[in-house]
Design a protein around this ligand. Sequence first.
Ligand code: GRF
Length: 209
Amino acid sequence: MKRIVILISGRGSNMEAIVEACAAQAWPARVAAVISNRADAAGLDYAAARGIATAVVEHRAYADREGFDAALAQAIDAQAPDVVVLAGFMRILTPGFVQRYAGRLLNIHPSLLPAFTGLHTHRRAIEAGCKLAGATVHYVTAELDHGPIVAQAAVPVLPGDTEQTLAARVLASEHRLYPMAVRWAIEDALQVDANGVVRQRDGAAQLML
Ligand code: GRF
């Protein structure tokens, strides 16, 4: 059984989707722990109710990023994970941390990367007049929202969309996309080639919703 550790900062709906897909599809893996940098993250209650180990590493308790990342790495390593999943984890990680988990650290970003790195992706997509929006699962590298792309989901931007309506449509796509991508990582179906491009064993890496 492979071991997954999921890092959250809040609601944790992507974490829920992964926990549920792992159980429903009987992955050869289990979610070993959910770790948050905030004690009030709502997702912690869901994880605990599912019998999953939870931990809190409060970023505010550390003087600098290095100190926080070292404590976080200790909590993660205690679980000996094969895959570490960032699911709405709102901290920028140090290059040393990213290097430690190179090749097994995934993130989901609510845009079609490389467009709209950073925050307020839905508002910016509407303002730019985009006709499609979506989400991207990527390996994490030291540069924020820039790692090799594993999979993408595209949804339409509809006339009259607000930031909220578009965010809800994208989030629903995330809940399908992220479990699919994490499962590929668990099944060793992903390879990063010499150009830093991810090849998925069966060639499928997109959802059009
Ligand atoms: C998602 O939109 C994700 O793409 C972004 O933060 C949000 C997290 O939502 N990184 P949740 O905590 O998984 O519900």
